[in-house]
Design a protein around this ligand. Structure first.
Ligand SMILES: Cc1ncc(COP(=O)(O)O)c(C=O)c1O
Length: 439
């Protein structure tokens, strides 16, 4: 099938400059391992794991077969007041990976749904404890928590909220953790833990008993990889404990080995009350998200309801969809059998070394990174985001997929990558940066 502008007109593409794309389409026909392939057969190495989701590489046959088997056996059953075995099995296997005590799992279909569900769980938790006045939420500047109304309200990225009205009321944003003095810092910056004290300032401003939850990504991913300063997440935990605020870690990007351990929570040694997951949960082979809560959160909500009553009036037609559960189980098996988290951890040093070598380019204004994720900032042009987008397009046409965000790129290779793959990614990046720098 050949696409021309006419045949692409009907599709409204998400987070895409539709008019520009349709005049210069970048179409992928198939993918395998660390590579995507165009309809003409050109290979494109994937330095962003799709959208940070294909940790085990593309088009894994084990996952495809598991999904196929499940669809042929039980493609669907209602998830309300009935169930199927795979959803229980996936929940059990997931909590083998999550931090101790984080052991109750609610399934949804995306990262955005996981965030909006986490908001509702946090509100319900306080409500059933007789603290229904705790309705305020705290998030951060530069945060990305998906695109549903709750997540948009928590968002700290201006373009993701500007056109969409007021959203939820009562959301306060604390400062992000980017500091000029930490530029080009590898791993966790030493300075910046004090930024967590912003949460206490909000408490003093709105009252200690009015905040339900504080949402943070352990590493802020979509804004370009902001690694938490040493002591920062610990400080947030302390303040949450002091004032009875639930701490929510959005692990949609950080989860499943991206930071070296199964979750950012374990990497940074801080356990939240609620975690949101998606993306690599199914290696992106099926849409799925999950909310994992500490047992205290589950018990509080469930025990508050009368016997035989529904405890949480929330759920989706496709919560725990059988095909998604099959994909999730097959993915966890791959993670385990191939020791992918360990592989990612052992490649991280080489990857970070390679990415940090880009700091010598004049056009590069900052590099940050941790584990198997890194962000590279470029000097902006006249229109914000135009440099990032133009570099992303040039990279694609030279055979490298990387996600841009504003005037930055986020590099997060699949965990199955080898040093040779990292070298190939970096060679292509350098070629494009050389050509941009020469102009
Ligand atoms: C931290 C974080 N939360 C939530 C989301 C939303 O996930 P989805 O696009 O699956 O709705 C994303 C997506 O990139 C994310 O990075």
């Amino acid at each position: 099938m050949r696409l021309d502008y006419q045949s692409m007109e009907n599709l409204w593409m998400p987070f895409t400059s539709n008019r520009d794309f349709k005049s210069d389409p970048r179409i992928i026909a198939r993918a395998e391992g660390v590579y995507l392939y165009t309809p003409e057969g050109s290979a494109i190495i994937d330095a962003s794991s799709g959208l940070f989701c294909c940790a085990a590489g593309h088009s894994r046959p084990e996952i495809a077969e598991a999904v196929h088997r499940q669809l042929a056996k039980l493609a669907y059953t209602a998830p309300f007041q009935m169930g199927h075995e795979l959803s229980f099995e996936l929940a059990s296997q997931l909590v083998e990976l999550t931090p101790e005590g984080m052991n109750r799992v609610f399934f949804v279909n995306s990262g955005s749904e996981s965030i909006d569900t986490a908001i509702k769980i946090a509100l319900a938790y306080h409500y059933v404890r007789g603290e229904g006045q705790r309705q305020r939420l705290v998030s951060r500047e530069r945060a990305y928590h998906g695109v549903n109304i709750g997540g948009t309200s928590l968002s700290g990225m201006v373009k993701n909220r500007q056109a969409f009205g007021l959203g939820m009321s009562g959301v306060a944003h604390i400062r992000h953790t980017w500091l000029a003095e930490n530029r080009y810092h590898r791993d966790q910056p030493a300075d910046g833990a004090h930024l967590a004290d912003d949460l206490e300032r909000i408490v003093h401003n709105v009252g200690p008993d009015s905040i339900a939850a504080c949402f943070v990504e352990p590493i802020a991913g979509s804004t370009g990889c902001l690694v938490p300063p040493v002591g920062y997440l610990e400080r947030l935990r302390e303040i949450c404990d002091k004032y009875g605020i639930l701490l929510v870690f959005d692990e949609v990007i950080c989860g499943f080995g991206r930071t070296g351990e199964p979750f950012g929570s374990q990497t940074f040694g801080v356990t939240p009350d609620i975690m949101t997951l998606a993306k690599a949960l199914t290696n992106a082979a099926q849409p799925m998200g999950a909310i994992v809560v500490g047992q205290h959160v589950y018990d509080t909500i469930v025990d508050a309801a009368p016997e035989r009553a529904i405890e949480l009036f929330h759920g989706y037609t496709y919560s725990g969809h059988p095909a998604a559960c099959a994909a999730g189980l097959a993915t966890i098996k791959i993670f385990r059998d191939e020791q992918l988290f360990e592989r990612g951890k052992s490649l991280a040093g080489y990857f970070q070394e390679s990415i940090f070598s880009l700091q010598n380019y004049d056009i590069v204004t900052d590099v940050r990174g941790y584990g198997m994720i890194a962000g590279v900032d470029f000097a902006p042009g006249d229109v914000p985001g135009s440099v990032g987008m133009s570099i992303q397009k040039k990279l694609f046409h030279s055979g490298l997929h990387v996600k841009s965000t504003g005037d930055a790129i986020i590099v997060a290779p699949p965990l199955i990558s080898t040093e040779a793959h990292i070298d190939e990614m970096l060679t292509k990046l350098r070629q494009v940066l050389d050509s941009v720098s020469a102009n």
